[in-house]
Design a protein around this ligand. Structure first.
Ligand code: NAP
Length: 246
């Protein structure tokens, strides 16, 4: 099992891609802290993982609240004794074309998708550096690489995640703490629920494989980057998109 004895925090892990990442990580031997907004959803996710034979602890927190984030990391450290990795997965969309985008839509997406990633990573960085090992994987998006119609806020945040990742790869790499990003294409989760079917059909047609991705396909890449098999991979933005941009 490639993540045996690893203790991980995964944000936005109560459902969607985050839950798929948590499921994959426990199957690979990790203990996972499930961070998400709703305490009930967090408890349900932990119960599901435990029922499948995994080890999971609830860490309900809003990643935009720095006090809550620090407390969440403190609880994880108390319960686990150490933290080996962080997956910054929590994310939202509030789409509108540039000319119609409100300050509120801009701010909400930047707060969760950019500031949340910054705050969670800052909260674990000292611990990881002090122990001289660790892996941070942040979920960006192909939208952070290529932009997307109606997603000025989301593209800015996801491009920012790639910039932060490369910066952390340089700053923390000296302490044997690796930072990488994963850039999913369009993945079959409820975040796509607001996209009309004809637009989804166009998105599928852009992919050489002519389909959306599945959360488990993103989870496989994340688990690899968290593992010691990726011990010399630092500062990459790995596309998991079926080749959407080629
Ligand atoms: P999802 O199904 O909507 O799940 C996101 C999870 O994050 C939800 O459980 C949500 O909680 C939680 N969350 C939202 N705001 C939070 C906050 N402030 N603090 C803590 N947790 C919060 O989304 P997904 O499709 O799995 O996406 C996961 C990540 O992949 C996101 O970063 C997304 O941008 C990225 N991504 C997704 C796709 C795709 O096509 N699905 C493509 C590229 C990148 P609530 O349910 O309570 O809101």
């Amino acid at each position: 099992m490639r993540l045996a004895n690893k203790h991980l925090i995964i944000t936005g892990a109560a459902r969607g891609i985050g839950f798929a990442i948590a499921s994959k990580c426990v199957r690979e031997g990790a203990t996972v802290g499930i961070c998400d907004l709703s305490p009930e959803a967090v408890d349900r996710a932990c119960a599901q993982l435990e029922a499948a034979g995994g080890r999971a602890i609830p860490l309900p927190a809003d990643v935009t609240d720095d006090v809550a984030v620090r407390q969440m990391v403190h609880v994880a450290h108390e319960r686990f004794g150490r933290i080996d990795g962080l997956v910054n997965n929590a994310g939202i969309t509030k789409d509108a074309q540039l000319r119609n985008m409100s300050d509120e839509q801009w701010r909400q997406v930047i707060d969760v998708n950019l500031t949340g990633v910054f705050q969670c990573t800052r909260a674990v960085a000292d611990m990881l550096c002090a122990q001289g090992s660790g892996a941070i994987v942040s979920i960006s998006s192909v939208v952070g690489l290529y932009g997307n119609f109606g997603q000025t806020n989301y593209a800015a945040a996801k491009a920012g995640v790639i910039g932060m990742t490369m910066t952390w790869a340089k700053e923390l790499g000296r302490k044997n703490v690796r930072a990488n990003a994963v850039c999913p294409g369009f993945i079959n989760t409820s975040i796509l629920g607001t996209i009309p079917e004809q637009v989804l059909a166009r998105l599928r047609a852009m992919v050489p494989m002519n389909r959306l991705g599945e959360p488990e396909e993103v989870a496989n890449a994340v688990a690899f980057l968290l593992s010691d098999e990726a011990s010399f991979i630092n500062g990459v933005a790995l596309e998991v998109s079926g080749g959407i941009a080629i």
